[in-house]
Design a protein around this ligand. Structure first.
Ligand code: GDP
Ligand code: MG
Length: 598
C-alpha cells in the first residue's frame, strides 16, 4: 500500500554541525530543484535566521527519492530549530515523524544539544539514524566519534554514513538509511480524519494555513472539518504539500505531511497541537497535543512613541499563531503607558520576537528588562508568582522569596574548564559533578539560577571557550534566595521599566554597570542628568550625563544650511526610536543593551 513508501523524518543536530547544509543536499539529490535553483540554505528562509545562522521556525518539504530497491519513496523532511531556547519547537516537529537523522560533526563530536535532541526524539519513540558529517575536514575523527556516540548517546553507530554535506559526499547513504531504518507510517486510511496541527502561519489570502500530519483517514477540498480543542467548524478550501512552497493536491491521506486551508480568519482557531477531524464523523479521541510551552522569561513590550497599541496587539496575535511559546497579556507601566507582558522561552526568543515585530510588522517597540518568574510567599502565607518586578510586594510583607533553578549541562574541551568554572561561580552556580566525555572533553553539571542564565550566559560560554563550549539546561526547582528589587532613577525619576530583581550580592555591581551603560547610550542634553540605582531609598550606584556645552550647539546652528538640515533630519530619524521620560529622552536600544553582562 501507499504508506509503505512514505517516510516522515526530522534532522536533529547541535548547532553548526551541518543540519541545514544536509537538508539542502537532500533536496538537491532528490531532484526536486536544479542546482541553479538551489539558493543557499533553502530551509532557513527567514532573513533573521540567515543572519544569525540558526533555524527558528520549522519548515517542511517533500522529497521524492528513487531508492536502490527500485521504488519511489516520498520523504517528508521537517526542519527543527537548533538553539537551546527552542527545545519546545523541536519536540513539536518530532511529533509529526517516525524517525530522526542525527547529524554529528566528525571533528567536534557529541555536544550538549546533541544529547538534548536525542532525548526529545527518544521521548517521541522515534528511530534515530546517526550520520557523521564533515568528513572532508582533515581534523575529522569519525571512528572516535562513532565510539563516543555509542557510549554517550547510547545508540548503535557503527554503520552510520560518513558524509560531507558541504561537498555532497555519501548523501545517498543517508537517503538509503532513511528508507531502510525509519518505519513507514501505518495509520488507518478508512478511519475518520485525525490530523495533528504541528505548525501554522497566516496568509492574507488563504487565512490560517495549518501544517498537518494526517494520522488517520483522509481529507480533501470541500470536507467539513472540526478543530477539536477550539471547537470550531470550517470547510476545507485547499489541501497540499510543501515543495518547499505550497503545492495543492486532491487529497491528503494517513501518513502524509502537508497543509490544510479553510478560510480560517481568526488565527486563534488554528492552534498548534490541536486535532482536526470531520465535523459530521468525528474521531473518537483527540491526539494528545503538546504540553503547553512554559515561558521562562518575561518582559514588557510597549509601543514606541507614536505607535499604536492595537497594532502591537495584532502583531503579537499573528506571531503567536505559529509560536505557541509566546504568551502575552495587557499591562501598564507608569513610565511607558499601555503595553503587554510577554513570556518567552529565553532571551534569544525574546530578541527574535522583538526583531520580527520591527521587521515584519514595521513596528517600533520598547522591550523592558527581562525577568524570570519569582515565587513570593507573603507574611499572610499567600503565594504569588511574580513576572513583573513592579508587582513585587513591599519587602516587609515578604516571608520567603524564591527563584527558579535550572540544571545546566556544559560541554567544554579540557583547557577551558577553569574559565567555565569561574564563569558559573560568578553566576551563582553550584557544581553537581563533572565527567570526562572523551580524553579531551568534559561535561559539567551545574545548578544555576535561571536569572543568571538569561542574561547572555550562552554567549559568555561561547566567548570563554573560543566557541567550543556548548550548553543545555532545563528547569529543576524553586529555591529560596536573598533577592532584592533594584530600581533605576533618571533625573531623580523612577523608571519602572528598568526595575529588576537581583541577588543582593550582585545588586551593587549590576547597578553600577547599568548606570554606566545608560550613561553611554543616552544622548547629552541641555542639562545635567543624574542616573542612579537604588534598593528602596538607598542609592547603591550613580553616574551623571553632563550637559551639552553651548559652543557645540552654536557650531551646529551656524550658517551652513545644508548641514543644519542634515542634522535636523538625523534628529528626526533618531526621535522615532526615543522615549521621553519627564524631560529626558532615552533611545529604545537602551532597554536591551543595558542588560548584557560580562
Ligand atoms: P546547522 O546549524 O546544523 O544548520 O549547520 P549548517 O548547515 O548551517 O552548517 C554550519 C557550518 O558548517 C556552515 O558554515 C557549513 O558550511 C559548514 N558545513 C556543513 N557541512 C559541512 C561539511 O560537510 N564539511 C565542511 N567542511 N563544512 C560543513
Ligand atoms: Mg541551520
Amino acid at each position: 500500500d501507499r504508506q509503505k513508501y512514505i517516510r516522515n523524518f526530522s534532522i536533529i543536530a547541535h548547532i553548526d554541525h551541518g543540519k541545514s547544509t544536509l537538508a539542502d543536499r537532500l533536496i538537491e539529490k532528490t531532484g526536486l530543484l536544479t542546482q541553479r535553483e538551489m539558493k543557499d540554505q533553502i530551509l532557513d528562509s527567514m532573513d533573521l535566521e540567515r543572519e544569525r545562522g540558526i533555524t527558528i521556525k520549522l519548515q517542511t518539504t517533500r522529497l521524492v527519492y528513487k531508492a536502490v530497491d527500485g521504488h519511489e519513496y516520498m520523504l517528508n523532511l521537517i526542519d527543527t530549530p537548533g538553539h537551546v531556547d527552542f527545545t519546545y519547537e523541536v519536540s513539536r516537529s518530532l511529533a509529526a515523524c517516525e524517525g530522526a537523522v542525527l547529524v554529528v560533526d566528525a571533528t567536534q563530536g557529541v555536544e550538549a544539544q546533541t544529547l538534548a535532541n536525542v532525548h526529545l526524539a527518544d521521548e517521541q519513540g522515534l528511530e534515530i539514524v546517526p550520520v557523521l558529517n564533515k568528513i572532508d575536514l582533515p581534523s575529522a575523527r569519525p571512528e572516535e566519534i562513532i565510539e563516543e556516540i555509542e557510549e554517550v548517546v547510547g545508540i548503535l553507530a557503527e554503520d552510520a554514513p560518513r558524509i560531507s554535506a558541504r561537498d555532497g559526499i555519501n548523501i545517498e547513504d543517508v537517503l538509503e538509511k532513511i528508507v531502510k531504518s525509519i518505519p513507514a507510517p501505518n495509520g488507518d486510511e478508512d478511519a475518520p480524519l485525525k490530523a495533528l496541527i504541528f505548525d501554522s502561519y497566516y496568509d492574507s489570502y488563504k487565512g490560517a494555513v495549518a501544517y498537518v500530519r494526517i494520522v488517520e483517514g483522509s481529507v480533501k477540498k470541500g470536507d467539513k472539518i472540526l478543530m477539536m480543542a477550539a471547537n470550531k467548524r470550517f470547510e476545507v478550501t485547499e489541501v497540499g504539500v510543501f515543495v518547499p512552497g505550497t503545492m495543492p493536491l486532491d487529497v491528503l491521506s494517513a501518513g502524509d505531511v502537508g497543509y490544510i486551508t479553510a478560510s480560517i480568519k481568526n488565527v486563534i482557531d488554528c492552534r498548534v497541537g490541536d486535532t482536526i477531524t470531520f465535523a459530521s464523523r468525528p474521531t473518537a479521541k483527540a491526539l494528545p497535543g503538546y504540553k503547553k510551552a512554559t515561558s521562562m522569561v518575561f518582559c514588557g513590550i510597549y509601543p514606541a512613541e507614536g505607535e499604536s497599541y492595537d497594532e502591537v496587539r495584532d502583531a503579537l496575535e499573528k506571531l503567536q499563531l505559529n509560536d505557541a511559546a509566546l504568551s502575552f497579556e495587557p499591562e501598564t507601566s507608569v513610565a511607558l503607558g499601555f503595553g503587554f507582558r510577554c513570556g518567552f522561552l529565553g532571551l534569544l526568543h525574546l530578541e527574535i520576537i522583538e526583531q520580527r515585530l520591527e521587521r515584519e510588522f514595521d513596528l517600533d517597540i520598547i522591550a523592558t528588562a527581562p525577568s524570570v518568574i519569582y515565587r513570593v510567599t507573603t507574611t499572610s502565607d499567600e503565594v504569588q508568582m511574580i513576572q513583573n518586578p513592579s508587582n513585587l510586594p513591599d519587602p516587609t510583607e515578604i516571608q520567603m522569596f524564591e527563584e527558579p533553578i535550572v540544571e545546566a549541562r556544559i560541554i567544554v574541551p579540557n583547557e577551558y574548564v577553569g574559565n567555565i568554572m569561574e564563569l558559573c561561580q560568578n553566576r551563582r552556580g553550584v557544581m553537581l559533578h563533572m565527567d570526562y566525555l572523551d580524553p579531551r572533553r568534559v561535561i559539567l553539571h551545574y545548578d544555576m539560577p535561571l536569572n543568571e542564565v538569561i542574561y547572555d550566559f550562552f554567549d559568555a560560554i561561547k566567548s570563554k571557550t573560543r566557541g567550543y563550549g556548548s550548553l543545555d539546561y532545563e528547569f529543576k526547582e524553586y529555591r529560596e534566595s536573598d533577592l532584592v528589587k533594584m530600581d533605576i532613577l533618571l533625573n531623580k525619576e523612577l523608571i519602572d521599566a528598568f526595575s529588576m530583581i537581583v541577588h543582593r550580592t550582585k545588586a551593587e555591581s549590576r547597578g553600577r554597570q547599568i548606570c554606566e551603560r545608560l550613561k553611554d547610550v543616552i544622548p547629552r542634553q541641555m542639562f545635567m542628568i543624574p542616573i542612579q540605582a537604588a534598593i528602596g531609598n538607598k542609592i547603591i550606584a550613580r553616574e551623571s550625563i553632563s550637559a551639552l556645552r553651548k559652543d557645540v550647539l552654536a557650531k551646529c546652528y551656524g550658517g551652513d544650511i545644508s548641514r543644519k538640515k542634515k542634522l535636523l533630519e538625523k534628529q528626526k530619524e533618531g526621535k522615532k526610536r526615543m522615549r521621553q521620560f519627564g524631560n529626558v529622552e532615552v533611545p529604545q536600544q537602551a532597554f536591551l543593551s543595558v542588560l548584557k553582562f560580562d
